[in-house]
Design a protein around this ligand. Structure first.
Ligand code: P6P
Length: 350
């Protein structure tokens, strides 16, 4: 076993910081503040069934989705905790229509933070795993206050990204570009301990993860690709399907076991949004983690990390996971790859 396993997250972050001589410690301290948020959210998620915090608030967010009470708690925890750290000049949250400036009374810093405070929250009442996703960028604007434009940078410019997964245990997975590291919260001491350093995603896998209820909405290359995965070929048996409906959980399984997670765009009508998942605080941070771990993250026609955002809640199609399966998806979409024989599933209605 790697002798580093069991290292506390704070110690690991400090050791990582020492590898960057010019580091000021601000980013490390920002991560420590995010850990505080995760511990507060994890505590509420884990006792949600016991106190009156399950269920809906009766409000809808900017996405038109019903806001769960835990959604609101997680969002308010992130905003309240991160606002006064002095490391940020602007934030964007999945739950807030507009960029979130740092209040005048608090010091401003050189980073901006984009986050989904509690992704997958529609699964809360079913006790399915849910997560917090975060993305950190360096500001581009001058002056004291941040500028909303600071948020609209391509994912390749992220200085760090990660997620917290509130499941059978609470995990933190993060990268600053040199390795992907997994920490597990030890509730007995309230500390995150290193469980896996320098995670590598398998070159290929045996699972595919997509909501096949949307098959009729996909473009032909996508359903031919999924059909190919579901069909045995001379070299391999059919892939197995796994789909929780919680992005962080579905991605984390893909990171650990390989294969692909996909949320293709709805091709029924051009006016439809480009898929369901959002670029800034879902696709981009997971894409950075996936690429640093040796995988691939694509819109189906290009690298997620190269997409330049036009607005903070921009949606994007997502194909993410092992290099082999994502490259196959891109080739099917481009018409450069065809299934060897007719597969199992009939094409969607015209
Ligand atoms: P569908 C959860 O609401 C979420 O935003 C992601 O966590 C998840 O991957 C996706 O939606 C599931 O969407 O349409 O399959 O229910």
């Amino acid at each position: 076993m790697d002798e580093a396993v069991g290292t506390t997250l704070s110690r690991f972050i400090a050791d990582e910081q020492m590898k960057h001589p010019g580091a000021t410690g601000e980013f490390s301290n920002l991560l420590v503040e995010l850990i505080t948020c995760a511990r507060l959210i994890s505590r509420e998620v884990n006792k949600a069934g016991l106190v009156e915090i399950l269920g809906l608030t009766g409000h809808r967010n900017v996405q038109g989705e019903e806001v769960m009470k835990l959604d609101r708690f997680a969002n308010e925890t992130m905003i309240r905790t991160m606002s006064h750290t002095g490391y940020l000049c602007m934030m964007a949250s999945e739950e807030n229509a507009d960029p979130i400036p740092i209040p005048a009374e608090y010091p401003k810093g050189k980073y901006v933070l984009c986050f989904d405070p509690l992704d997958g929250s529609s699964n809360i009442d079913a006790n399915a795993p849910i997560g917090t996703i975060f993305s950190v960028l360096q500001r581009r604007s001058a002056g004291d206050d941040g500028d909303p434009e600071d948020l609209l940078q391509p994912g390749r410019d992220q200085v760090g990204a990660g997620y917290f997964l509130y499941g059978s245990s609470t995990l933190m997975v993060y990268t600053t570009g040199s390795g992907v590291h997994i920490f597990t919260l030890d509730p007995s001491v309230g500390m995150f301990l290193l469980s896996r350093a320098d995670v590598r995603i398998p070159e290929s896998g045996k699972y595919y993860s997509v909501n096949e209820g949307n098959t009729a909405y996909w473009e032909p290359g996508v359903w031919k690709y999924v059909d190919y995965l579901k069909s045995a070929t001379g070299e391999r048996p059919p892939y197995s399907t796994r789909y929780i409906g919680s992005l962080v959980a579905d991605f984390h399984r893909t990171l650990c076991y390989g294969g692909i997670f996909a949320y293709p765009e709805d091709h029924r009508s051009p006016g439809k949004p480009k898929g369901k998942l959002r670029l800034l605080y879902e696709a981009s941070p997971l894409a950075l983690i996936c690429e640093v771990a040796g995988g691939r993250a694509s819109t189906g026609r290009g690298r997620i990390l190269d997409v330049v955002p036009e607005e903070i809640h921009q949606r994007v199609p997502l194909f993410i996971g092992s290099k082999r399966e994502v490259e196959w998806a891109e080739k099917f979409i481009a018409g450069e790859m065809q299934p060897p024989t007719a597969g199992l599933s009939a094409p969607p209605p015209p």
